[in-house]
Ligand binder design. Structure first.
Ligand SMILES: C[S@@+](CC[C@H](N)C(=O)[O-])C[C@H]1O[C@@H](n2cnc3c(N)ncnc32)[C@H](O)[C@@H]1O
Length: 289
């Protein structure tokens, strides 16, 4: 069997040719991708078994074991959320906020880091302009922090050590950060859980392979479904941010107006929600002067 015949067979099994190509590339490597080259029988078996697991509902990204996020390629497994394209856009907004502040050595915090996606993308993308900056990242999950720590080593290799220092700490939102950072964080960015518990059963089966604790949040104090963790980050960020400073939080479109009202009540000056690539409200920004 040739490489292209294997892709065709798996595409028919999966009903998705791009997924078949990802699987074949993972098993055979990408170079040289000669479509007529014969494939070893053992490799055919491995590719077929990955396709069978995908067909049974496992997320493609967990099967491959890694996934690209902006400038970094991250290890992913069922201990962490699979980084999403919407979050890549949230990072773009957070980078803009860092640049707007115009400080020489910014301190950035990623609250609820999971695989380390936001922290590690920002640490690589800020390093040229701000070589003396620093990144901190928190998560309540020790399992997630194991993956994030492995990803820091991986990203250092991918980027020839052109990565700002990143420190991971375990605990709830901003609480585990050292107290000397209080009042001196330039930008806090977070993609907290924001799905209401009532939505969990209706999510696609592959999404339900991801950690429930990474997706589901309690209602906000105003009763808005899934807003509880966003509210916690907004409230805590108020005391940890430097003046000026900014918090950037990913949310679901239906939560945007509620988050804006909540932020105004807390005291944030400028508040807005930037759209994602599908033009839906996605990245909440709250600035403090
Ligand atoms: C939606 S995932 C985001 C993961 C990653 N930042 C990303 O964008 O791919 C939310 C993350 O928040 C973490 N988390 C949930 N509750 C938390 C809490 N109280 N404090 C800190 N992290 C929490 C979860 O373990 C999970 O890793």
């Amino acid at each position: 069997m040739t490489r292209s015949e294997l892709v065709t067979e798996l595409a028919a099994t999966l009903g998705a040719s791009h997924e078949a190509r990802f699987i074949v590339q993972e098993v055979l490597g990408s170079s040289p991708p000669i479509s007529t080259s014969p494939v070893e029988a053992a490799d055919v078996q491995v590719a077929r078994s990955l396709a069978a697991r995908r067909g049974a509902g496992e997320p493609l990204q967990y099967l491959l074991g890694h996934w690209a996020f902006r400038t970094v390629d991250l290890l992913v497994d069922p201990r962490v959320l699979i980084p999403r394209p919407e979050t890549e856009q949230v990072v773009e907004v957070a980078l803009q906020e860092v640049r707007l502040l115009n400080v020489a050595n910014p301190t950035v915090v990623d609250a609820g880091t999971g695989s380390g996606a936001i922290a590690l993308a920002m640490a690589t993308e800020l390093t040229r302009q701000y070589p003396t900056g620093q990144v901190w990242a928190t998560d309540a999950s020790a399992d997630a922090l194991e993956v994030a720590t492995a990803n820091l080593d991986r990203v250092r290799v991918q980027h020839n050590s052109m990565v700002l220092p990143v420190t991971f700490v375990q605990g709830s939102w901003l609480h585990p950060l050292p107290s000397q950072l209080k009042g001196s964080i330039d930008v806090i960015v977070s993609n907290p859980p924001y799905v209401d518990a009532s939505e969990w059963a209706g999510l696609p089966p592959d999404v339900r392979c991801e950690p429930r604790s990474a997706l589901v949040a309690a209602p906000g104090s105003d009763g808005t479904p899934g807003l509880g963790d966003i509210e916690a980050v907004l409230t805590q960020a108020w005391t940890w941010l430097s003046r000026p400073g900014a918090v950037v939080i990913e949310l679901a479109p239906h939560q945007a107006d509620h988050a804006i009202a909540m932020a105004r009540d807390i005291g944030y000056g400028e508040v807005r929600v930037e759209p994602d690539l599908s033009d839906r409200p996605r990245a909440f920004v709250g600035q403090v002067a």
